[in-house]
Ligand binder design. Structure first.
Ligand code: C2E
Ligand code: MG
Ligand code: MG
Length: 548
């Protein structure tokens, strides 16, 4: 192993700083859900002409011992500022940078002032800098460091707890300090066996419970990445994505690799999305931790609740995450996969699932969990949605699905039976109309005693006959305007509704005229028959309880 003695470090440190032999290397941090770069960590490297590239392990301790470390750290910060401004001048998207601080930095000088002075000199905002501190820094002198952290927070810096799990008092540190991000080092877990997985899942679970974001560093394999994604770890860093590289190489990397940089205006959005706990038995309702008195929180469930994260922008829907339970339930609804469902949504007219659209809208407006029942492909299901974050141009929904199939309580047939009776009880008459083909597609049923002839003639003729024979004379013209089949679609579109409704006096079985609510609803039926989609259902409902 390369031996570098302390004296070499101490003797050459100032020169190395002055001639640029010491420099910041950059390693990107990746947003797990989007795989975009969301920040970068600066790591010190010393390129000695004789000794070669020296890793921080060879010189950090020595610099600490000789009380020189603050010089290194502030120098690295200047490096960052220079790179930041270069990126800005080159029109590259900007992201925050992390610096590593040592506890001795705080003993030597007023670190906050020193850092702020440098940022001012280079005109770099404090939100562009994240401060990484290892937990060992805070082992003693809690009150002192708490004050320091508070002052950094107040000045707009985010604080990352580095190397979580490496020391002995991680839990105390979590309790005593307010951090923004927990950095979990994968290398502290010798393998990624089932024990390690449970530990990691619990840590992520716990971090979410106390509102701290999670970042896994030292991620080297696809298996690790996949696992971390599944448990909801928000950010990843490691050789699997990129090794630390020097400034010039990094800028090249930014322009040449496929990795995109996250829009800094979206940091807040992604931070909010990151709060959702993938492992929770009830992820949409897990906000009010104070109410969790059943002691159930914090456990990693073998069977998490169905959960998906769905992003909706103006004309596009994207599913960024779904767990196995969600996928299974979607398949029960007849979709081959969630991918297929999203594809169908994106490729069909915006309002293909209008009920869903309405549910989504009310989730956005209320910010609450909205729960509604739907019926699709012969299956009843309850859909839960909650808007968990939004920007001006998009929203993120957390969604869950509960299906009721033959495997659950009631069989579909029984369900149908029950509900269809209730329907018949509610409506006096139901007819399906097909304006495009000028046809009455189906008379579902009628308690009004109308002649079946109405369904055996062209739609327009049927309507005219019906108006003449069954609608009160003074309302006839209004009724004909209301029902006018060729214009139904446009009239609904104009008021952004999928139905039209009016009240007309119609003839009842006993020959008298009574007011009925007539509603024409646009149907969305996937009948696999070309052109058969735009059908309208006419329902007739009594106004008073006295029936017909
Ligand atoms: P750290 O802050 O936890 O940095 C992460 C270390 O893990 C870096 O080592 C990085 O190169 C390495 N690493 C990243 N991804 C992987 C991976 O996938 N696999 C493996 N095996 N390693 C990975 P590095 O650069 O040698 O830094 C070591 C430590 O030295 C840092 O740990 C940090 O505590 C300290 N350090 C580095 N630069 C500075 C600095 O400018 N100031 C201070 N005070 N400390 C620094
Ligand atoms: Mg670090
Ligand atoms: Mg670390």
């Amino acid at each position: 192993m390369l031996h570098i003695d302390e004296q070499f470090i101490v003797d050459n440190f100032d020169d190395a700083l002055a001639n640029g032999a010491i420099r910041a290397y950059y390693q990107p941090v990746i947003r797990t859900l989007t795989e975009k770069i969301c920040s970068v960590e600066a790591l010190a490297r010393w390129q000695d002409p004789v000794m070669g590239l020296l890793s921080p392990f060879l010189f950090i301790n020595v610099l600490e011992k000789y009380r020189l470390i603050h010089k290194l750290d502030l120098y690295i910060l200047e490096n960052i500022c220079i790179t930041y401004n270069e990126m800005k001048e080159n029109g590259l998207p900007l992201h925050p940078f992390s610096i590593n601080l040592s506890r001795l930095d705080f003993d030597e000088i007023d670190m906050l002032k020193a850092i702020s002075d440098i940022l001012r000199k280079y005109n770099v905002p404090s939100k562009a800098i994240h401060i990484e501190i290892t937990e060992s820094v805070m082992l003693d002198n809690t009150a002192y460091f708490r004050r320091i952290f508070d002052s950094f927070h107040d000045a707009g810096f985010a604080i990352f707890m580095d190397d979580f799990g490496s020391g002995y008092s991680s839990l105390n540190v979590l309790k005593d300090y307010s951090f923004d991000v927990l950095k979990i080092d994968m290398r502290f877990l010798s393998d990624i066996g089932s024990r390690s997985k449970k530990i990691l899942a619990s840590v992520v679970n716990m971090a979410k419970a106390i509102g701290i974001h999670t970042l896994a560093e030292g991620v080297e394999t696809k298996e690790q990445k996949t696992f971390l994604r599944n448990i909801g770890c928000e950010m990843l860093q490691g050789y699997y994505y990129a090794k630390p590289m020097d400034g010039a190489l990094y800028v090249e990397y930014l322009s040449e690799t496929g990795f995109q940089v996250e829009d800094p205006d979206e940091h807040h959005y992604w931070n909010e999305v990151g709060q959702i706990n993938f492992l929770s038995p009830d992820p949409l309702n897990e906000n009010d931790y104070t109410e969790a008195e059943n002691g159930d929180y914090g456990f990693v469930r073998e069977n998490s609740a169905p959960l998906a994260l769905i992003e909706q922008s103006d004309h596009h829907v994207e599913m960024l995450y779904r767990n196995q339970a969600y996928e299974t339930n979607l398949q029960k609804l007849g979709f081959a996969s969630s991918k297929e469902m999203i594809k169908a949504i994106n490729e069909t007219e915006a309002a293909y699932y209008p009920n869903m659209d309405e549910q989504v809208k009310s989730s956005i407006i209320t910010g609450n969990v909205v729960k509604e029942d739907h019926f699709l492909n012969g299956i009843y299901f309850t859909y839960f949605t909650k808007c968990i974050a939004q920007t001006d141009s998009k929203v993120m929904l957390a969604a869950s699905i509960q299906t009721y199939g033959s495997d659950v309580d009631m069989s579909t047939n029984e369900m149908f039976d029950t509900y269809s009776r209730a329907l018949i009880d509610t409506f006096d008459h139901i007819t399906i109309m097909d304006p495009e083909r000028n046809r009455v597609t189906a008379r579902v049923y009628s308690k009004q005693g109308y002649s079946p002839d109405y369904s055996n003639m062209p739609l327009i003729e049927s309507i005219n006959r019906f108006a003449a024979d069954e609608v009160a004379e003074e309302e006839r013209l209004a009724f004909l305007d209301f029902i006018d089949p060729p214009t139904l679609r446009d009239r609904m579109a104009k008021i952004s509704s999928r139905y039209l409704q009016g009240t007309f006096r119609v003839k009842c079985a006993d020959g008298t005229f009574k007011p009925k609510v007539i509603r024409i609803t646009k149907l969305y039926l996937d009948l696999d028959v070309k052109g058969s989609r735009e059908l309208f259902m006419l329902t007739m409902q009594s106004i008073s309880d006295s029936g017909n």
